[in-house]
Write a new protein. Structure first.
Length: 481
């Protein structure tokens, strides 16, 4: 602690570009000089992969609306001009219809696959169903067993992972999803896209979500609003158990580790080594440095499960490329239920409110933790993110180590089709703004991979010392240009 205060004092008033190291020196001064060279084949391959992630995002974003002549029937949204709350009698009637239909569907289905989403994992029924499944090798096979239960991918991104367990195959089974699905979230975390669409088209999709049950009813999928979720879920569990042995969907001998991470108290792992330079960095893409940092944070959370290590991600192209790159690498984006909710809603700028909450509202502000917020410069400027963060820095009293990462490409809404005049309309004249901010001791501008790599390495060192009680809490801004 004393060394950190000494370093901060030594660096006070010194104009520098990088964050201060343990000795109070500009961390960028130690970056070795590199001569410009052509991209390696590995770098070209990684660039192509990142471009593909961006292309998928933009295509999904600009997918367009449904055909106007398509009949507005079946499982479509119910648009209300004013709030509508079901009465007790209506809820009982709607719930009875849903339960009777589900009992018949499950009994008649050759196979059933139940997926537990994040907002359903705290349900007693969900936990009991997961624990009742078998993952013993040779007892049942997830590919052939008629009854499967699995954890949805969004839940897996709330606990530390360096490698995800195998996905559960739905095949031709009746698919029952308990929780709140989202196209945008599934794109960000690279969940198995198209699974819902296929099941929906084949009238074998059931979704139980926030008082609504979507299920095959008659000749097509329908929504039943105002149901009692707990009662419907109990009916699903009871019908499954009556049908036979339920198999764990993620492969043999994988259940204990995942359920311990979700519900238990996992065994402490050793603190990971901090990030360092290596020869492999010559073949890395810019996003790889950030994914490596997320991987490091996952390892820190495994080592210190009692102290939260969390990330929150805003809506936008570059942020979604980062989450997609992490998910593709098998690394958890390490968020929480609020973070998933933000991504489900594709809420622009919401993480700035979350940052303010974590820094100023008890008990979050008085508890230790490592928190990171990722946002694009357009959303950040629109929601006053930098102004708020600079204000919080000047009177920082929170107990957490917090970092705001800003992707600064001087454009907003780059997922739009930026051609001709629209490109100029989406330009942000904020280069000078961020260059002015970098003069502050708690702000760093990373303009190339060398600076980004050095900054990620320094941040990992700070996290390591903070977790060991050797460094005070702090709030920093990292601008990635």
């Amino acid at each position: 602690m004393a060394d950190a205060k000494k370093a901060a004092k030594a660096s006070a008033g010194v104009k520098r570009k990088g964050l201060a190291d343990a000795d109070g020196n500009d961390s960028f001064k130690s970056i070795p000089e590199k001569k410009p060279r052509a991209q390696s084949e590995a770098q070209k391959a990684r660039e192509a992969q990142m471009s593909e992630l961006a292309r998928e995002y933009m295509e999904q974003y600009a997918a367009g609306k449904a055909m106007e002549d398509k009949p507005f029937v079946g499982a479509q949204p119910l648009l209300l001009r004013k709030p509508q709350i079901a009465t007790v009698e209506e809820t009982e009637r709607y719930t009875a219809v849903a339960c009777r239909t589900l009992e018949k569907l499950i009994a008649a289905a050759p196979g059933v696959h139940v997926r537990i989403g994040d907002d359903a994992k705290q349900s007693k029924e969900a936990r009991a169903l997961l624990e009742a499944s078998t993952d013993e090798e040779g007892v049942d096979d997830k590919d052939t067993s008629p009854l499967l239960v699995s954890v949805a991918r969004d839940t897996m991104h709330t606990v530390p992972h360096l490698e995800f367990p195998p996905p559960a195959p739905t095949g031709k089974r009746l698919l029952i999803y308990i929780g709140t699905p989202s196209r945008y979230l599934s794109m960000c975390i690279k969940s198995q896209r198209g699974r819902f669409d296929t099941a929906y088209e084949q009238d074998r999709l059931v979704i139980l979500c926030r008082g609504v049950c979507m299920l095959p009813l008659g000749a097509q999928e329908q929504n039943i609003f105002g149901v009692d979720e707990d009662a419907v879920f109990k009916t699903i569990c009871r019908s499954l158990k009556a049908k036979g042995q339920i198999c764990w969907g993620h492969g043999p001998n994988t259940k204990a580790k995942l359920l311990t991470a979700m519900y238990g108290y996992p065994e402490h792992q050793p603190m990971p080594p901090t990030l360092t330079h290596s020869a492999k960095h010559d073949d890395m893409h810019t996003m790889d440095y950030l994914v490596d940092y997320l991987k490091y944070l996952n390892q820190v959370q495994m080592a210190r499960p009692q102290e939260p290590v969390k990330n929150w991600y805003d809506t936008g192209l570059l942020v979604s490329v980062l989450t997609g790159a992490a998910a593709t690498a098998g690394v958890s984006i390490l968020t929480d239920s609020d973070g998933l909710g933000i991504l489900r809603d594709a809420s622009i700028g919401h993480i700035i409110s979350k940052l303010n909450q974590m820094v100023t509202v008890e008990p979050y502000s008085t508890s230790r933790g490592v928190y990171n917020f990722w946002i694009g410069d357009g959303a950040c400027r629109l929601n006053g993110g930098v102004e708020l963060t600079m204000h919080l820095i000047e009177n920082y009293k929170a107990k957490s180590m917090t970092t705001l990462f800003i992707f600064n490409n001087e454009k907003w809404a780059i997922e739009d089709n930026l051609v001709a005049g629209t490109f100029e309309e989406h330009h942000l004249y904020n280069k000078g703004f961020y260059e002015l901010l970098q003069e502050h001791d708690n702000v760093v501008m990373c303009s190339n991979d060398g600076e980004l790599c050095q900054t990620m390495s320094l941040l990992s060192q700070r996290v390591d010392k903070y977790m060991k009680g050797e460094m005070p809490p702090s709030l920093n801004i990292v601008v990635i240009r």
